[in-house]
Design a protein around this ligand. Structure first.
Ligand code: 3PG
Length: 208
């Protein structure tokens, strides 16, 4: 599956920062039970790769990717851990080349029109718009829709259940990313029922 096919599976991609290995599988199971199958595990913690590997092995309905991938070395580590895709907050020529060489689908981040154009030149058609809210949010996406007509975006950063519908109503939005359905206090309390409810509310968001 390429990024476009993965984005078509879900309106919302949970962005998960897992601090303890023990929560990885129950967290992923709660999200999948709620209807969110596509999961992004950020490589921001010491257990992230191990957590990713465990979810790949134990939660077969999940489509698991690695987030916060900053370079080719991390991309390769994610691929070896079983990631089906990678997400980066921005992009570099080295990371784009590593993704092309490995074949692992990459959702690269952009903040500007020039960055989007550079990645389009390399063949990317779906880009992460990050950080979405601080960088112009809905207004930015609406403004670039005509000039960047061949591109679609996964806005991430500062989006919640209340603001996601407006993003999903835009034709150039493929899906949105966010962490709101897996709050840190719910993970710490192992309140999987709450996370399942939050996931279900996110999964029920509709594209027009
Ligand atoms: C992140 O950087 O953690 C992701 O962009 C998620 O952002 P959010 O916590 O604002 O949803």
């Amino acid at each position: 599956m390429d990024i476009s096919a993965i984005a078509a599976l879900t309106p919302v991609v949970p962005v998960l920062t897992i601090e303890r290995q023990a929560v990885a599988i129950p967290l992923a199971q709660a999200l999948v039970r709620g209807g969110l199958r596509v999961l992004e595990i950020t490589l921001r913690t010491g257990v992230a790769l191990e957590a990713l590997r465990a979810i790949v092995g134990e939660v077969p309905d999940a489509v698991v990717g690695a987030g916060t991938v900053l370079n080719g070395r991390q991309l390769e580590q994610a691929r070896q851990a079983g990631a089906r895709f990678a997400v980066s907050p921005g992009c570099t020529p080295g990371l784009a080349a590593a993704a092309a060489a490995s074949g692992l689908p990459l959702l690269p981040g952009v903040q500007t029109v020039s960055e989007a154009m550079s990645l389009a030149e390399r063949g990317f058609t779906v880009l992460k718009f990050f950080p979405a809210e601080p960088e112009g949010g809905l207004a930015w996406l609406k403004a670039v829709a005509a000039p960047l007509a061949g591109l679609r975006f996964c806005p991430t950063g500062g989006i919640g259940l209340d603001t996601a519908p407006a993003y999903l109503s835009l034709a150039n939005v493929a899906c949105v990313g966010g962490s709101w359905m897996a709050p840190g206090d719910a993970i710490a309390a192992q309140d999987w029922a709450r996370i399942e409810r939050l996931a279900a509310a996110a999964a029920n968001l509709k594209r027009p």
